[in-house]
Design a protein around this ligand. Structure first.
Ligand code: NDP
Ligand code: MG
Length: 379
C-alpha cells in the first residue's frame, strides 16, 4: 500500500507509534511536527526525510534549523507553521496526535485543504465538534478515529449504517484508582496518577484517565463522530482493556471489537482504512486472559465523567469550558499546585460560566480563555 502521511505530534506516544506503523508498512512521511523536542524530531527527520517539519515553540526554531541545515527540509514554526504543515504537505492523510485543544486549528486547516484526517486529538472534537464535522462533510473529507474506543465503534458500525443503533457501550479501563473512594483519593500525587494499569500514554491523557475525564471527553467525541445523543452512550468499566467498545442495534444484537491493548492497531487502521494489513503488535490470545470483567462506573468518585455528560447535554460552548478548565487544572496538578480532587471540583464549576453562545471558532477560543482564567482565579 502506498500512502503519504503527515504526523502532528510525532515525538509523543501516539506519534512515535505511528512512525513505527509507517516504517513497518513502508508509508512515506510527508511532514512531521513537535512542540519542542528537538533531539527526537531531528532523529525522525533524518530517518523519514519529510519535505516539511514544524517545531512549534518559536524559541526552538533557530537551533532546530541549524540541526537540520544539511537536509532538504522546510522548517516552520508556531501555530501558523503547524496549520501550514497540516494543509500544504502533499499528504493523503494528516494524523493529528498533538495533545490538547491546540489541535483544533490544524485539524480545520487540513480539512480546508481537502485532506483526510486521522484524529487522535480528542480535544479537537470536544471543543469544535460541530464545526469540524460540518466542514468535513462540506469538503468531502473523512475523519478517521484513532482513539481506540472510537476506532472500535467505527469498525463495529461498518456495513451497518442502514441499521438502527440503540446505543454505544464505551469501555473504560477505570484507570489506576478504580474502586477507590473520594476519601482515599485526597492524598494522590502526580506519580500515583501517572501509573496507568494498561496503557502507556502522554502525561495529560494519563491524568485524564485517572480522573475519568478522559472517558467523559470520549463520550463527547463519540456524540460528534457518530451522530448519537449523549444518553445513547453507556460507559462500562472493563479492567482488561481487551474489548475496545461495542454497539447495540435495535434487535439487541451487540457487536464489539477486541484486540490487545496496543494503540498501533487503531493507528494503523485509521491510516490504511478501508484496507487492513498485518500490524507490528502481539496477537490476542483469549485463553491467556481466562476472563473479562465489567462494572458500572462510579460517577460520585469520578465526578469528571458526570460533568462531561452534563456539558454535552447542555451543548454549545459548555464542552469547551469543561475541556479548557481541565487542561489548565491538569497542568496545575502536574506542577503540584492543586490536589487531585480539585480537578473535578473546579472543572464542574467551570460549567457555571456562560457557554450559551454559538459554536464559532472565535467563541471557542474566547471560552477557552474564560475557563482558564476562572481556574487560575479559583485554584
Ligand atoms: P504526548 O504528550 O505523548 O505527545 C504529544 C505530542 O504533541 C508531542 O509530540 C508534542 O511535542 C506534540 N505537541 C504538543 N503541543 C504541540 C504543538 N502546539 N505543536 C506541535 N506539536 C505539539 O501525547 P499522546 O501521544 O499521549 O496524546 C496525543 C493525543 O492523542 C491527545 O489528544 C490524546 O488524548 C490522544 N490519545 C492518546 C492515546 C495514547 O495512547 N497516548 C490514546 C487515545 C488518544 P513535544 O514532544 O515536543 O512536547
Ligand atoms: Mg481512548
Amino acid at each position: 500500500m502506498d500512502k503519504r502521511i503527515t504526523i502532528l505530534g510525532s515525538t509523543g506516544s501516539i506519534g512515535t507509534q505511528a512512525l513505527e506503523v509507517c516504517q513497518a508498512a513502508g508509508f512515506t512521511v510527508a511532514g512531521l511536527a513537535a512542540y519542542q523536542n528537538e533531539e527526537l524530531l531531528e532523529q525522525q527527520v533524518r530517518a523519514f526525510r519529510p519535505a516539511m517539519v514544524c517545531i512549534y515553540a518559536e524559541d526552538h526554531y533557530r537551533s532546530f534549523c541549524q540541526r537540520v541545515a544539511d537536509l532538504d527540509v522546510q522548517v516552520v514554526t508556531g501555530l501558523e507553521g503547524l496549520c501550514q504543515l497540516a494543509a500544504e504537505t502533499d499528504a493523503d492523510i494528516v494524523l493529528n496526535a498533538v495533545s490538547g485543544m491546540i489541535g483544533l486549528r490544524p485539524t480545520l486547516a487540513a480539512i480546508e485543504a481537502g485532506r483526510d484526517v486521522a484524529l487522535a486529538n480528542k480535544e479537537t472534537l470536544v471543543t469544535g465538534g460541530e464545526l469540524v464535522m460540518q466542514r468535513a462533510k462540506e469538503k468531502g473529507v473523512r475523519i478517521l478515529p484513532v482513539d481506540s474506543e472510537h476506532s472500535a465503534i467505527f469498525q463495529c458500525l461498518e456495513g451497518y449504517h442502514h441499521c438502527r443503533l440503540n446505543k454505544i457501550l464505551l469501555t473504560a479501563s477505570g484507570g489506576p484508582f478504580f474502586g477507590k473512594t473520594r476519601h482515599e483519593l485526597t492524598q494522590v500525587q502526580p506519580e500515583d496518577a501517572l501509573k496507568h494499569p494498561n496503557w502507556s500514554m502522554g502525561a495529560k491523557i494519563t491524568i485524564d484517565s485517572a480522573t475519568m475525564m478522559n472517558k467523559g471527553l470520549e463520550v463527547i467525541e463519540a456524540v460528534h463522530l457518530f451522530g448519537v445523543r449523549p444518553e445513547q452512550i453507556q460507559v462500562v468499566v472493563h479492567r482488561e482493556s481487551i474489548i475496545h467498545s461495542l454497539v447495540e442495534f435495535e434487535d439487541y444484537a451487540v457487536i464489539g471489537q477486541l484486540g490487545v491493548p496496543d494503540m498501533k492497531i487503531p493507528i494503523q487502521y485509521a491510516l490504511t482504512w478501508p484496507e487492513r494489513m498485518p500490524c507490528p503488535t502481539k496477537r490476542l490470545n483469549l485463553a491467556e486472559w481466562g476472563k473479562l470483567t465489567f462494572f458500572e462506573p462510579d460517577l460520585e468518585t469520578f465526578d469528571c465523567l458526570a460533568a462531561a455528560y452534563d456539558a454535552i447535554q447542555r451543548g454549545g460552548l459548555y464542552p469547551t469550558l469543561l475541556n479548557s478548565a481541565n487542561e489548565q487544572l491538569v497542568s496545575l496538578f502536574l506542577q503540584r499546585k492543586i490536589s487531585f480532587l480539585r480537578i473535578g471540583e473546579l472543572a464542574r464549576r467551570a460549567l457555571e460560566l456562560d457557554g450559551s453562545r454559538p459554536v464559532t471558532l472565535s467563541n471557542i477560543l474566547e471560552a477557552e480563555q474564560t475557563a482558564r482564567n476562572f481556574v487560575l482565579e479559583h485554584c
